[in-house]
Design a binder for this molecule. Structure first.
Ligand code: UDP
Length: 453
């Protein structure tokens, strides 16, 4: 089969932290000569700008605004399954009629029903995991009944092959507090239950990054590491010079932050972002604000919806020292020579971006897989520190200031910087020609080129 006749649909969940890695994967496939089409919802389709990849809408049943229009997450996910299955099938038929038949669907693991669509159509199916392999291994064990979790009250740690000892505060929140987000947990567990039915299961990570787990799980599960899905120019100029994800659900406030960054000394600026999903409390925002002020360093803070929560006294005192924006191009900020520290919620993409660009991290986590990612940042990769919460779950200003100094100053700061450089190199080599992730993608491409299922 010639390359352009092998056509892959890459289906993403319509959130920034999912579109970024899946679109990046589609671009990697396109760079290897396959035809790749990103399928996403009607209300996100116009946010995509990726010339090498086709983009097509499917429906989640809420074409004006998606999840926000639905009465609950359960309602949303159920509608997406029904309407999405139908419209994804129609899309495959449309391509067949136009002479560009699809022979594989790569789908976001949050949309496990796409496996049935691919099976009904008789084409290949590949799941794509947007969390770390270590987090995946927790779900895998639970599905097989190999793991029962400690209750919140328990102080005992969980010891699992290939993972550091995990306390309750290190576990993904879906597992530590399973009653809090049942709809997500159900969808995740549905995918892990059918893991062996996929033709491939890809994970946005790389082998060196989770090497102990890779060794412990070899031959036991089907996960294949293909990441990090960070645009290649940031990791390795040699691949294709790609300098953007090509998707932005929000518009940057302005490009002024780069003019501002240009005026700051190398490695002096603290970049602060808590991702796209959270709703950080006013109390926490205030502690962060004063912690940043106390650190006495320039900062750039992405505060999506909460500028109104910032104390006026703080805003008046910031002057040229700090900049607060509602959205920016995070990769460009992390890659900027003035950026010296990343205060992050440890979403998986942000964690990979910090690692891949070699920026020391301070982890201020909220939920989901973030606590476990932070555990690895601090204890396994040793590229940052994790801010401790007080008894009411807040990271105080004193704690934040201490953590910032810990990664930017002294012997510990130097050690963290050395480790950050080491991991940046390892990330780069995983996706470079002949690297482990690159080879894993090549194997997939070769198989697809052999023809239909
Ligand atoms: N991001 C960005 N600009 C911002 C904030 C975030 O481009 O101002 C991007 C960031 O680079 C990352 C994604 O949004 O790729 C967030 O994904 P992540 O998994 O880190 O967090 P989530 O939002 O899913 O919790």
């Amino acid at each position: 089969m010639d390359k352009q006749k092998s056509h892959v649909i890459v289906l993403t969940y319509p959130a920034q932290g999912h579109i970024n890695p899946l679109l990046q994967f589609a671009k990697r496939l396109a760079s290897k000569g396959l035809k790749a089409t990103l399928a996403t919802t009607y209300y996100t389709v116009n946010s995509i700008d990726a010339p090498t990849v086709g983009v097509e809408p499917i429906s989640d049943g809420f074409d004006e605004g998606g999840f926000k229009q639905a009465s609950s997450l359960d309602v949303y996910l159920e509608a997406f399954k029904t309407v999405g299955s139908r419209t994804l099938t129609e899309l495959v038929f449309k391509f067949k009629a136009s002479g560009s038949p699809v022979n594989c669907i790569v789908y976001d693991s949050m949309l496990p029903w796409a496996l049935d669509v691919a099976r009904d159509l008789g084409i290949y199916a590949a799941a794509f995991m947007t969390t770390s392999a270590s987090v995946c291994s927790m779900y895998w064990r639970i599905d097989l009944g190999l793991l029962s979790l400690p209750s919140k009250q328990q102080t005992a740690t969980v010891s699992l092959p290939g993972l550091p000892p995990l306390g309750c505060c290190d576990l993904p929140s879906f597992l530590a507090e399973p009653t809090s987000q049942t709809a997500y947990l159900e969808v995740i567990m549905e995918k892990f239950h059918s893991l062996n039915e996929d033709d491939w299961v890809f994970c946005n990570s790389f082998e060196d990054l989770e090497i102990e787990l890779v060794k412990a799980m070899r031959g036991k599960w089907p996960l294949v590491m293909v990441g990090p899905m960070v645009p290649s120019a940031y990791l390795d100029q040699q691949i294709d010079g790609d300098r953007a994800y090509g998707a932005s659900l929000w518009k940057p406030t302005s490009s002024q932050c780069f003019t501002w960054l240009d005026t700051k000394p190398p490695r002096s600026v603290i970049y602060v972002s808590f991702g796209t999903m959270g709703n950080i409390s006013a109390e926490q925002v205030e502690e962060i604000a004063w912690g940043l002020k106390a650190s006495n360093r320039p900062f750039l803070w992405v505060l999506k919806e909460s500028e109104k929560k910032l104390p006026t006294e703080f805003l008046n005192s910031v002057g040229e020292t700090g900049m607060v924006v509602s959205w920016c191009n995070q990769l460009e900020v992390l890659a900027h020579q003035a950026t010296g520290c990343f205060v992050t919620h440890c979403g998986w993409n942000s964690t990979l971006e910090g690692l891949g660009l070699g920026v020391p991290m301070v982890c201020v986590t909220e939920r989901s897989d973030q606590p476990m990612n932070a555990k690895f940042v601090e204890d396994v990769w040793k590229v940052g520190v994790r801010a401790k919460k007080d008894e009411v779950g807040i990271v105080t200003r004193e704690e934040l200031e201490k953590c910032i100094r810990g990664v930017m100053e002294g012997e510990n700061g130097e050690e963290i910087k050395r480790n950050a450089n080491k991991w940046r190199e390892l990330a780069r080599s995983a996706v470079s020609v002949g690297g482990t992730s690159d080879m894993n993608i090549n194997e997939f491409v070769v198989k697809l080129l052999e023809g239909n299922k």
